[in-house]
Design a binder for this molecule. Structure first.
Ligand code: SF4
Length: 323
């Protein structure tokens, strides 16, 4: 990892101290440093003036550096963290479906789940995608600042929680610029890894693929419990959360499965809305291109009635539902 130029904000933080140099030079004229001979008593000896001026320059600079020394770790950390690298699949500059308003969406590379209906199977492998620094992404985000000012930045994937340091710093830099931040996750993560990211996320989009553990494993190839633990943690810290549920005929649509999920979400007072996402096959061509067997080729999209019934089950629990 190489050190790169600090962010604009840290430059300002340093630059703002520069005015202290001329100001500091005036300080010894009204109050000499303790233990130092007063130069004004040697006005007739030019050599002593030069010596005194040299001393004051050193003294003044020490005052300036003192200001910086108050925060050396901050400045060094800024250099390091802005150069943190992560692997991303792609970006979408004006997304409309991953959080409120118009959003800059970062798709991270790597995911531990293997969802049968995944639209982005090319995000799976951690070694794929391309490497970027936080600084490079922030430069890109800055270009769209005026478009996303009423929206924000969403980090999705793949699974963003697989790159906790990188994502934490990216969200942190966004927040420093007053940009709303959201994270889209399956919640299949240890809470320790997730906490720093959650500190920097204004909103969490949590994908709960099923409430029935058997169905959950069939859909994702992993266990459900970490996601439920994650959801309860979000409630405990009062994190604004949107829940996402993909409705797949003959897979996630059993009535008990939806009812159980609705009941569980109904107990979480931090949930602002539930998004019911009807299954579609727009990502199927990617599976074919990657040579992955796509098991849902004969699965149709849910009927309007099935969608309405699912919405109704969530609404019965007092939840706001969006399709
Ligand atoms: S969690 Fe998302 S990216 Fe990962 S496999 Fe499932 S649908 Fe695909």
């Amino acid at each position: 990892m190489s050190l790169t130029v600090p962010s604009t904000s840290s430059f300002k933080a340093v630059g703002q101290k520069r005015w202290l140099l001329p100001f500091s030079l005036t300080v010894p004229l009204i109050r000499d440093p303790p233990g130092i001979e007063n130069p004004t008593s040697h006005t007739k000896n030019p050599l002593k003036w030069i010596g005194a001026i040299r001393f004051y320059l050193v003294y003044a600079n020490s005052l300036v550096f003192q200001q910086h020394l108050d925060r050396p770790s901050f400045i060094l950390n800024q250099c390091k963290t802005m150069s943190l690298t992560g692997r991303i699949h792609s970006i979408e500059t004006c997304g409309t479906v991953d959080g409120p308003g118009l959003r800059f969406v970062v798709f991270t590379q790597g995911c531990p789940l293997r969802c049968l209906y995944c639209h982005n199977p090319d995000c799976r492998e951690v070694t794929g995608g391309r490497e970027v620094t936080v600084e490079e992404l922030m430069e890109e985000i800055d270009r769209y600042a005026s478009y996303i000012k009423n929206g924000g930045v969403t980090v999705t994937g793949g699974e963003p929680m697989m790159q906790p340091e990188f994502v934490t710093e990216l969200l942190h830099q966004c927040q420093l610029k007053g940009i709303h931040t959201a994270i889209d996750t399956s919640g299949y993560v240890t809470l320790e890894a997730a906490k720093p990211i959650l500190d920097r996320a204004d909103l969490v989009l949590l994908d709960i693929k099923s409430f029935d553990p058997t169905i959950y494993r069939r859909v994702t190839s992993v266990s459900l419990q970490p996601t439920l633990n994650f959801a309860k943690h979000l409630q405990a810290i009062g994190k604004p959360t949107w829940i996402r549920f993909v409705l797949v005929p003959d897979l996630t649509d059993p009535r008990d499965n939806v009812a159980g999920l609705a009941e569980f979400i109904g107990t979480l007072d931090n949930v602002e809305r539930v998004e019911v996402l009807p299954f579609h096959k727009m990502g199927e061509y990617k599976w074919e291109a990657l040579g992955y067997p796509y098991q849902l080729q004969n699965t149709p999209p849910p009927t309007p009635e099935a969608i309405a019934n699912t919405v109704q089950q969530f609404e019965k629990r007092g939840l706001t539902v969006v399709v």
